[in-house]
Design a protein around this ligand. Structure first.
Ligand SMILES: [Zn+2]
Length: 145
């Protein structure tokens, strides 16, 4: 159950770790890679046959920009491999952002409103809490390592 006093340092450690991993993601880009084949349209070409898959493959990196799809053509080889890594790194980045968001939300639940208090809003709060105090610092003293 969230709200155990010992849970916060553990969660904060996890969060730091995720931020560290985020910093190591490297170059990334949005988009998806699609393999495309095309028919050149020359009637004498082999690709004119109905069962021919078409020339290629060529790889397109497509991405929506303001509602329009933009495509970048990539050649197989280093260019394509680089784009694959960059697209995969974005996936990794997005996963990490999701994880760090979840950890932060658990931290928010576990963090007591008043330092030293208990979290979770259980117990009577007839006093309406302490208002007018100085703004609560979001950073706690870091635990000794
Ligand atoms: Zn052709």
């Amino acid at each position: 159950m969230p709200g155990e006093p010992d849970e916060l340092p553990e969660l904060e450690r996890r969060r730091e770790e995720l931020y560290r991993e985020l910093g190591q993601v490297g170059d990334f880009r949005r988009g998806s890679l699609n393999e495309v084949r095309r028919k050149c349209g020359k009637p004498n070409c082999a690709c004119a046959a109905p069962d021919h898959p078409g020339h290629g493959p060529q790889w397109n990196l497509t991405r929506k920009v303001e509602g329009r799809t933009r495509a970048v053509h990539l050649r197989p080889g280093p260019e394509l491999e680089k784009a694959r890594r960059e697209v995969a790194a974005y996936e990794r980045f997005r996963d990490l952002v999701g994880e760090v968001t979840e950890v932060n939300e658990v931290i928010c639940q576990a963090r007591p409103a008043v330092p030293g208090g208990t979290a979770g809003g259980e117990g009577p709060s007839g006093t309406g809490g302490e208002k007018g105090g100085s703004a609560r610092r979001s950073r706690r003293r870091s635990p000794p390592r």
